[in-house]
Design a protein around this ligand. Structure first.
Ligand SMILES: CN1CCN(C(=O)c2nonc2N)CC1
Length: 246
C-alpha cells in the first residue's frame, strides 16, 4: 500500500512513519509513505501557501493552487487511483471499521491542513473524504494523518507478527481490549488472575472475551449497542454484570 501525505511538515510525517511497526512495514516494502510539501508548488518567490480569509476575520486559509498542484503530482506519481482524505474536525469520526476498509486500498493520500483550514473549493473538487480523529481542535492535520498511517500501516499483511495480531483481533470485533498482564505473577500491586496461569486455553479465551464484554459495557456502552451478541457472549456479559453488581 502507498500513502502520500501532503503537508507543510514533511520531516515530521516521515519521522512518524519511520518508527515501530510502520517503520518495519516500510522496510519490508509492505507500505510506502511519501510526503509532498505544498510550498514546493507555490508560484511566487515567497513560496506562499496561505491567504487572508475572504469576508474578513482572523487567521489564514490554505490556497487552492499549491495544494491542487501537489495533489496533481501525487496522482501522477503512481498508476493506481488515489483516495484523497482531508483531516478535519468537520469530518466523519475515524473508526476501526473505516481503518480496515482503508487498509485494503492500493493508495490513499492524506491532505493536512494548517491555519484555519483549506479553501472550500479545493475540498469540493479534489477531496474524496473528510475524516476526524476526534472532537477537539488540533494545530493541523498531521497528527490525524499519523494516526491513519499507523492504524492502516499495521494492518498490512506481514506488518504484525503472530503475537501482535492476536491483540488486534480482540479490538477489531468491536469490543474494548481485555486486561493484559506480564511477570511477576505475584506483585505488591496484586496477582495475575489464576486463569491466565492455568494453561487452559479455552478458559483463557472465555475469560478474555468476558473481560472485553464487561469493559465495553462499563466504559463504552455505545459500542455494545452497535453489536449483536451471540449466546456465549450474552451469557458471559450477564455473568460479568452479576459479579459487578455484588
Ligand atoms: C485545519 N486543521 C484544523 C485542525 N484539525 C483537526 O483538529 C483535526 N484533524 O483531524 N481530526 C481533527 N480533530 C486538522 C485540520
Amino acid at each position: 500500500m502507498r500513502i502520500d501525505v501532503v503537508t507543510l511538515f514533511p520531516d515530521f510525517m516521515r519521522q512518524c512513519a519511520a518508527v515501530g511497526v510502520v517503520g518495519r512495514a516500510q522496510q519490508r516494502e509492505l507500505l510506502q509513505v511519501e510526503t509532498w510539501n505544498p510550498r514546493d508548488y507555490a508560484t511566487d518567490n515567497y513560496r506562499t501557501v496561505d491567504g487572508r480569509t475572504c469576508g474578513g476575520g482572523p487567521g489564514m486559509v490554505m490556497l487552492v493552487e499549491p495544494l491542487r498542484a501537489a495533489l496533481k503530482a501525487v496522482r501522477e506519481a503512481a498508476p493506481e487511483p488515489v483516495h484523497v482524505i482531508y483531516l478535519s474536525p468537520q469530518g466523519t469520526r475515524l473508526t476501526q471499521g473505516r481503518v480496515e476498509a482503508l487498509a485494503k486500498l492500493p493508495r490513499i493520500a492524506l491532505l493536512c491542513g494548517r491555519y484555519e483550514g483549506v479553501d472550500e473549493r479545493l475540498l469540493a473538487h479534489e477531496v474524496d473524504e473528510e475524516l476526524s480523529i476526534g472532537d477537539y481542535v488540533l494545530s493541523g492535520g498531521e497528527l490525524g494523518a499519523a494516526v491513519i498511517i499507523d492504524a492502516v500501516g499495521r494492518l498490512q499483511d506481514g506488518a504484525l507478527n503472530d503475537a501482535q495480531s492476536a491483540e488486534q483481533d480482540s479490538f477489531s470485533n468491536g469490543l474494548l481490549d481485555c486486561p493484559h498482564y506480564a511477570k511477576p505473577v505475584h506483585d505488591a500491586l496484586g496477582d495475575v488472575p489464576e486463569v491466565l496461569l492455568s494453561g487452559d486455553h479455552a478458559a483463557i479465551r472465555r475469560w478474555r472475551l468476558k473481560q472485553s464484554l464487561g469493559r465495553t459495557w462499563l466504559r463504552r456502552p455505545d459500542l455494545l449497542a452497535q453489536r449483536a451478541l451471540d449466546v456465549q457472549s450474552r451469557a458471559l456479559l450477564d455473568e460479568f454484570r452479576r459479579e459487578h453488581a455484588q
